[in-house]
Design a binder for this molecule. Structure first.
Ligand code: MLT
Length: 206
């Protein structure tokens, strides 16, 4: 199996989609397990640790500065993560997961949607940015994407998250974009909105 340190927790209720949990810079495979359980109780949880280290802090791809990405590395790492998910699906017998990514994890999830549209069933992107300046033309066939941005986010300008929402909509994702009165950190509103959104995804798939 493609080599990512990870945690896997099997589903405890049929009908809840598996989640691919993608942490932010300096996080690890344990970080988002609690969030995953809150927003989709009963889902299988697949939670890898980013393989890039920035001053010892795990990330999912290299960056040149805050908000300035090494895009060759973004492409490479997104494909690597896609291979990991495919292998993990076979090993653990799970369906295509819905990604739940925060910050750097949301950015790699956005890259995965654009570069390997088959890998994810959908994505909740918390404080995401446009991951590639020249993305390929992707076809997301109505996949649900929730984008939650912070109005006072010092890392992600409002214009950038609006551009990501437009990019994903042009790729035929079914995008819900909400701007919350918060900064880069997660808030209770993120949990509530993500939980409601996953509930709709499940209802629509049924
Ligand atoms: C990134 O590098 O992906 C973004 O700047 C978000 C972060 O991890 O701080």
């Amino acid at each position: 199996m493609t080599d990512f340190i990870h945690r896997f927790e099997p589903a405890t209720s049929a009908g809840s989609p598996p989640l691919l949990l993608l942490h932010g810079t300096g996080g690890d495979e344990n970080d988002l397990l609690g969030l995953g359980k809150m927003i989709s109780p009963g889902s299988a949880l697949l939670s890898p640790r980013g393989r890039v280290l920035e001053h010892g802090m795990p990330r999912f791809f290299r960056r040149l500065a805050e908000g300035v990405f090494d895009e060759d590395d973004v492409r490479l790492r997104a494909l690597e993560l896609g291979d990991f998910v495919s292998d993990a699906r076979k090993q653990y017998g799970i369906a295509a997961p819905v990604a739940v990514g925060f910050s750097n994890g949301a950015n790699i999830a956005a890259a995965l949607l654009l570069l390997r549209p088959d890998v994810l069933a959908g994505a909740a992107l918390l404080r995401a940015m446009v991951p590639l300046s020249d993305p390929p033309k992707a076809e997301l066939g109505g996949k649900p994407v929730l984008l939650l941005s912070g109005q006072a986010d010092p890392i992600v300008p409002a214009s950038n998250s609006a551009r990501l929402a437009a990019l994903l909509s042009q790729a035929a994702a079914s995008v819900t974009h909400k701007v919350l009165p918060v900064g880069h950190q997660l808030s209770q509103a993120d949990v509530t909105l993500a939980r409601g959104w996953i509930g709709n995804v499940v209802a629509e798939a049924a």
